[in-house]
Design a protein around this ligand. Structure first.
Ligand code: BES
Ligand code: MN
Ligand code: ZN
Length: 488
């Protein structure tokens, strides 16, 4: 898709030729100096109650007199924030979503158009990609994706370069989000550990990254006893993926992103109830977000090194499956009593964290659909952020805010560690139900002792349930912004 800025024609928005024109009206009253063609339209719509200055209110107009565009939509953003702007764009696109729209133009009506900057342009690019995404891989009967081919953001000439940078950033993030959604939406009989490794290899080839894929024998040699314990219940072979982006000097300490790649989580011998178990195909969303982030970075080429690590396997019951009470030795040498085989995410991640240390990283961030408890704590709004490193936590929170892909910090006090005591190993893999997201993070922390480490629990944010069931592609935006900020 072609995304670019365009200077507003002298005739104003009415002179814009497009299949559809979306005007985001910013504020809580008609903006000063409003376009001559828009002013009477807006006044009339307000008078008749067809438009209000309420978040994401939309007025659709077909071939309004005097306009070159076939379709026009006005969408309200009550605040000049990127968040309100993005919501208005999404609502406007929903109203305009018709097969005939190939060329979309977006204009902003605001008291102060200088308040509209690259963050808004980025939000536009991301919102457009979100709106046109259709999952089709195993549903060829799904309606074809909208034919939208070109989006132009109208602006005054001096603003064009700044806004263009935002569009480019947004488009790269959107490509990463789409890749993550596409991987995570795929059912587990398609999206296997082998498939994830192929995706990594394909991405390396197309985007100039380096991919290395380890198999069971390699993982055995490394002594990843915790990862192996999870994988052993399944006939599907495990993979450990190492994907590298080099944007800085060889000696520069990289950022390591670790993604949980459980391609299906039955719970293992501690089997899950049947209801909604299908959604456990999304249990590789952390892995998908790491792939998506590397894709975005490969397009944006920041001057920083990044390593993606993905332990990938299925969690299945079976004759060879790990059993409650089994004790395994992790790559770190610490032993783990597996009291609940459904707490498998931390078992594959702990060995990946030990592996991460070899890169002498400037930061390690693991991303995982780790606990149902995190969904109870934070719902679907924020990802859970855990880190003992205040500076790293602040960077991640800021990145989430900038990307409109937010996280909320959770505690890691030493007192929570008690819960992991075991009579038969250095630690148990679960504690009591209370504070479950925190004890999971405390477990991981034991394997990141000497690392500048943070953990994102995305169990509530990685996918939607119900009628709109599907992957969100979060937290590709957060992670991409985090890396970009470290490079700046
Ligand atoms: N993948 C799940 C976490 C999950 C559950 C995410 C539901 C989203 C929705 C994870 O492997 C898991 O099963 N966690 C257990 C941990 C428990 C056994 C301590 C959980 O949350 O129930
Ligand atoms: Mn589980
Ligand atoms: Zn899981």
């Amino acid at each position: 898709m072609d995304l670019r800025t365009q200077t507003l024609p002298a005739a104003g928005v009415a002179g814009v030729a497009a299949d559809a024109l979306l005007v985001v009206v910013v504020g809580t009253a008609a903006p000063r100096g409003l376009d001559a063609a828009l002013a009477p339209l807006l006044a009339d719509a307000l008078e008749h109650g067809d438009f209000e200055f309420k978040p994401a209110r939309v007025l659709y107009l077909h071939r309004p007199a005097g306009f070159k565009a076939v379709r026009v939509a006005l969408a309200a953003a009550t605040e000049p924030t990127p968040k309100a702007f993005k919501a208005a764009v999404a609502a406007g696109l929903a109203a305009l979503k018709v097969p005939g729209v190939k060329r979309l133009a977006v204009a902003v009506a605001a008291d102060d158009t200088d308040a509209i900057d690259d963050r808004h342009a980025e939000a536009l690019a991301v919102a457009v990609a979100e709106a046109v995404y259709v999952y089709r891989h195993t549903k060829p009967s799904a309606p074809a994706a909208p034919a939208l081919a070109a989006v132009t953001l109208l602006c005054a000439k001096p603003r064009a370069a700044l806004l263009q940078r935002g569009l480019v950033r947004g488009q790269a993030i959107a490509a990463g989000v789409t890749l993550a959604r596409e991987c995570a939406n795929r059912p587990a009989n398609h999206c296997t550990p082998t498939f994830l490794a192929e995706q990594a290899r394909a991405l390396a080839k197309s985007h100039g990254l380096k991919a290395e894929v380890l198999d069971r024998k390699d993982v055995e040699k490394l002594g990843m006893g915790a990862f192996l314990a999870v994988a052993r219940g399944s006939h599907e072979p495990l993979r450990f993926i190492v994907l590298r982006y080099q944007g800085a000097g060889k000696g520069d300490a990289p950022i390591v992103l670790v993604g949980k790649g459980i391609t299906f989580d039955t719970g293992g011998i501690s089997i899950k109830p049947a209801a909604e178990m299908d959604e456990m195909k999304f249990d590789m969303s952390g892995a998908a977000s790491v792939l998506g982030t590397l894709r975005a970075l490969a397009e944006l080429k920041p001057r920083v090194n990044v390593v993606g690590l993905i332990p990938a396997c299925e969690n299945m019951p079976g004759g060879r499956a790990v059993k409650p009470g089994d004790v395994v030795t992790s790559m770190s040498g610490q032993t783990i009593e597996i009291l609940n085989t459904d707490a498998e995410g931390r078992l594959i991640l702990c060995d990946a964290l030990t592996y991460a240390a070899r890169f002498k990283p400037q930061a390690v961030v693991d991303v995982a659909t780790l606990t149902g408890a995190c969904v109870i704590a934070l719902g679907h709004q924020h990802s859970g952020l855990f880190s003992a490193d205040d500076a790293l936590a602040a960077d991640l929170l800021a990145a989430g805010a900038a990307a409109l892909d937010t996280a909320w910090r959770m505690p890691l006090d030493t007192e929570y560690d008690e819960a992991l005591k075991s009579n038969f190993a250095d630690m148990a893999n679960v504690g009591p139900r209370a504070g479950g997201a925190i004890t999971a993070a405390k477990f991981l922390q034991r394997f990141a002792k000497d690392l500048p480490w943070a953990h994102l629990d995305i169990a509530g944010t990685a996918w939607k349930s119900g009628a709109h069931k599907g992957a969100t592609g979060r937290p590709v935006g957060l992670l991409t912004h985090f890396v970009l900020a470290r490079a700046a």
